[in-house]
Ligand binder design. Structure first.
Ligand SMILES: Cc1cc2nc3c(=O)[nH]c(=O)nc-3n(C[C@H](O)[C@H](O)[C@H](O)COP(=O)(O)OP(=O)(O)OC[C@H]3O[C@@H](n4cnc5c(N)ncnc54)[C@H](O)[C@@H]3O)c2cc1C
Length: 476
């Protein structure tokens, strides 16, 4: 058969995958072509292998016949890289049925896991061993998708991102067609050449199909202490962070900035959440902070609530003005409700940026000034993982605003803010969510030509026909 001849594609692929593995009815395909928070594309079929052999055969067939694929895990990605575009050129290769294998090694504190296993299922399997995979976010992604997106999350400051917890992986390549790249080690130390698995981390499904991984896991915390703190002013946010890192060191597990506007949106739209600062009104800015430890209070003598209370007491009047302690779950509910609450306020222009922590205060002040001067109808409702330099400088364009929402103007605003982040503060326009169609133009704008050339050469080597994914890392 010639490369372009795909007339027997349905027959051949459904023969490999069986009726549950080959979906082509539009209703069956609908949820695979729609993004978590964006529009939808088209596909002829969704391929759902349930074994490594099936997956390898499918990839080999597609490579041999020039068939483009978009890889999909749990489809919670936010940059349009996990769903097909409108061209109908892509089949969706879903890893969701590749989820049988979860083998825990409690002594090595690691787990070997199929790429389609979800984070929740992984943590359920780890829990009886007193272990967990600590990447913490408001979605339930797959392990393969987390590696391809290098997921961060709210506790990155203590546990790192996926990259820092990845010990090994296995992938199936487009070139040679269907070949297995086996990098499945459970080693923490292994200096026997370049660390090739890292090429697949953050690759947005463009370099190969990750089928299995070995992850480092952690002991479940046996105690934690949480507080919502009001810093005196913006500079005090970073002072607070420094004091906590000095005095509470390795116990600091989260440090999340929340603007007063974001907090107000939560209280307005989620009636079940009460204002934690009821008596004092709403602060301009607050920080949700958390300490955690696997050392039990009774045995170790370590009492994190006491440690946090004492640390904050010393800061009253100078660094902080107010603090609500305890009630960890209630306080985290506020943080997790922000994204949803902002959507009720108008059209959201969301940002996922990062920069050196030392630049955050200056950036925020400059960004607020820029918005007020040039786009005064926008409402800034920012929040973010300040301890790792992350910031969701989210903007809401109210439905009643003048001018009404215009996509072109929104792009201008986005570029103005990214210029400030990347060109002035040497930050990143995509701190956590990766590169996909939504970010490709910015990738071309801000990534150095030498990096793009190398990334493109690598992609050509691994996928010379450019069949895998919607992200081209080379020069435009
Ligand atoms: C409510 C919500 C909250 C979120 N919070 C965070 C957060 O705090 N931090 C954060 O970093 N992200 C966050 N995200 C984004 C998203 O959850 C992560 O990017 C996640 O890791 C994607 O995993 P997934 O399995 O859903 O992958 P998908 O969305 O299915 O795919 C993501 C990318 O990985 C590729 N891919 C998927 N599987 C494979 C595979 N097996 N091999 C190779 N490539 C593959 C896809 O082609 C695509 O490019 C959030 C999303 C939502 C909806």
């Amino acid at each position: 058969m010639r490369k372009s001849d795909k007339t027997d594609l349905p027959a051949r692929l459904s023969a490999i995958l069986g009726p549950l593995g080959y979906l082509s009815a539009p209703d069956d395909c609908a949820r695979y072509v729609r993004g978590a928070r964006y529009g939808e594309g088209q596909t002829l079929a969704v391929l759902r292998p349930d074994s490594h052999e099936q997956l390898q055969q499918v990839v080999a067939w597609c490579a041999a016949h020039g068939q483009a694929l978009v890889l999909q895990g749990a489809n919670t990605g936010l940059v349009a890289a996990s769903t097909p575009d409108a061209s109908g050129r892509y089949l969706v290769l879903s890893l969701e049925r590749l989820r049988r294998h979860i083998v825990v090694d409690p002594v090595n504190r690691s787990v070997e896991v199929d790429a389609g296993v979800t984070l929740q299922d992984l943590n359920a399997a780890l829990e009886p061993h007193g272990l967990f995979f600590p990447i913490d976010l408001g979605a339930n992604p797959s392990i393969g998708g987390m590696i391809a997106a290098n997921t961060g999350g709210a506790r990155l400051i203590k546990y790192g991102d996926v990259r820092q917890n990845l010990l090994g992986l296995r992938a199936v390549l487009m070139e040679p067609a269907g070949a297995v790249l086996d990098l499945m080690t459970a080693l923490r130390k292994n200096n026997t050449g370049p660390d090739l698995k890292q090429i697949l981390v953050g690759s947005s499904g463009a370099y190969g199909v990750i089928t299995r991984a070995v992850l480092q896991v952690h002991c479940i915390p046996r105690q934690s202490a949480t507080a919502l703190v009001v810093p005196r002013d913006q500079a005090a946010v970073l002072q607070l962070l420094q004091v906590l890192e000095r005095d509470c060191g390795e116990f600091l597990s989260a440090f999340e900035g929340i603007s007063g506007a974001a907090l107000q949106a939560v209280l307005q739209h989620i009636p079940a959440i009460a204002n934690p600062f009821a008596a004092e009104g709403l602060p301009d800015y607050c920080v949700l902070l958390e300490l955690d430890s696997s050392a039990a209070r009774e045995r170790s003598g370590l009492d994190l609530e006491q440690l946090l209370t004492r640390t904050l007491e010393d800061l009253f009047g100078e660094v902080i003005d107010n603090a609500v302690l305890g009630r960890g779950q209630d306080l985290w509910r506020i943080r997790h409700a922000i994204s949803e609450a902002l959507r009720h306020q108008g059209k959201l222009i969301a940002f996922d940026i990062s920069m050196p922590r030392s630049a955050l205060v200056e950036f925020r002040s400059e960004a607020l000034t820029l918005m007020a001067a040039r786009y005064p109808w926008l409402r800034v409702m920012d929040f973010g993982h300040w301890a790792d330099g992350g910031c969701h400088f989210n903007l809401v364009w109210p439905h009643s605003a003048e001018p009404p929402y215009q996509a072109g103007l929104a792009e201008e605003i986005r570029t103005a803010l990214y210029d400030l982040v990347v060109l002035r503060h040497r930050g990143s326009f995509s701190a956590e969510h990766g590169i996909g169609p939504y970010n490709l133009a910015y990738y071309q704008r801000y990534t150095a030509p030498s990096s793009r050339r190398l990334a493109g050469r690598l992609q050509n080597l691994l996928d010379p026909q450019r069949l895998l994914g919607l992200t081209w890392f080379g020069e435009a």
